[in-house]
Design a binder for this molecule. Sequence first.
Ligand code: GTP
Ligand code: MG
Length: 91
Amino acid sequence: MSDSEEDSQDKQLKIVVIGDGASGKTSLATRFAQEAFGKQYKQTIGLDFFLKRISLPGNLNVTLQVWDIGEIPCSFSNFIIFLNKISKCTN
Ligand SMILES: Nc1nc2c(ncn2[C@@H]2O[C@H](COP(=O)(O)OP(=O)(O)OP(=O)(O)O)[C@@H](O)[C@H]2O)c(=O)[nH]1
Ligand SMILES: [Mg+2]
């Protein structure tokens, strides 16, 4: 193993995409994570995940977990509590 591989650091970050229905959340997530854009609309039910690995200067490897949220089935404040809870289960 080379020195640079030994020194590399791995981090995992989550990005949660929320917004009005059909506002372009899934398009944004797929464009970012898969470099693809589909013109056809398909409503997101529940939650979709996308992964993207990026390398930052300083030998820092980051795995971005993009959470693409469908319609929020409760109040926004309850939803934040819910997100916080499931976030702890996916570390
Ligand atoms: N012209 C244009 N169309 C877009 C853009 N972003 C998304 N769309 C279109 O808008 C529609 C809805 O996009 P989605 O990304 O599925 O929207 P969403 O917010 O994920 O929708 P929900 O899952 O129902 O919440 C799709 O037909 C996309 O192709 C954009 O920047 N420009
Ligand atoms: Mg969607």
